[in-house]
Design a protein around this ligand. Sequence first.
Ligand code: SAH
Length: 211
Amino acid sequence: MTSKRTRDRLIARLREQGITDEAVLETIAETPRHLFIDEALSHKAYEDTALPIGFNQTISQPYIVARMTELLLEFGAKDKVLEVGTGSGYQTAVLAKLCQKVFSVERIRPLQERAAKRLTLLEMFNVSLFHTDGGMGLPHEAPFDAILVTAAPPELPESLKEQLAIGGVLVAPVGGDEQRLIRILRRSDSHFEKKEIEPVKFVPLLQGLVS
Ligand code: SAH
């Protein structure tokens, strides 16, 4: 189930789908995804699919985690990163291995608590987790060199863009029934360069807290 062969197969699949960043592939190969899902599903941990994590939420598909991370790091290493939507904490763990400091926010408290336990168990001490609504970002820690959103808003909130440092990169799914992955590069104070990447399917970005 967690054999090297199973993980190698996943990495081969990600390569076939066009993931080329070796550091990202290596990080996915090293990250124990089975620890981020319910034991009953752990036989599926290294399949390239999203899986339920409770509260109508899902752990993202490995391809999507790899793709978003690759897009985030394409223009160079990022020190200070914000993730909106901690969920299982799996994407957080991937970011924590590749970036200096990761802030991640989650609106559903039990998910946030479970993710915190897993990341502590894995000794990922460069991560700060918050039980908060991240739709407006995390203003008291801004600016960020990179922002990764893992739930889809109908439109990208301006305040998230505003929390990017100059030269910073944001990757997010945007839309309702039809969603697109977008990447925004902040070139200057007022110049944001936007690129549409590909169609995606994420859970919606919702408002308010669940305790
Ligand atoms: N990166 C996660 C993806 C989880 S799904 C993983 O791979 O496990 C997206 C998560 O975003 C869900 O846990 C959901 O509760 C959370 N979310 C949705 N809207 C949010 C908001 N406004 N603020 C913080 N988290 C939010």
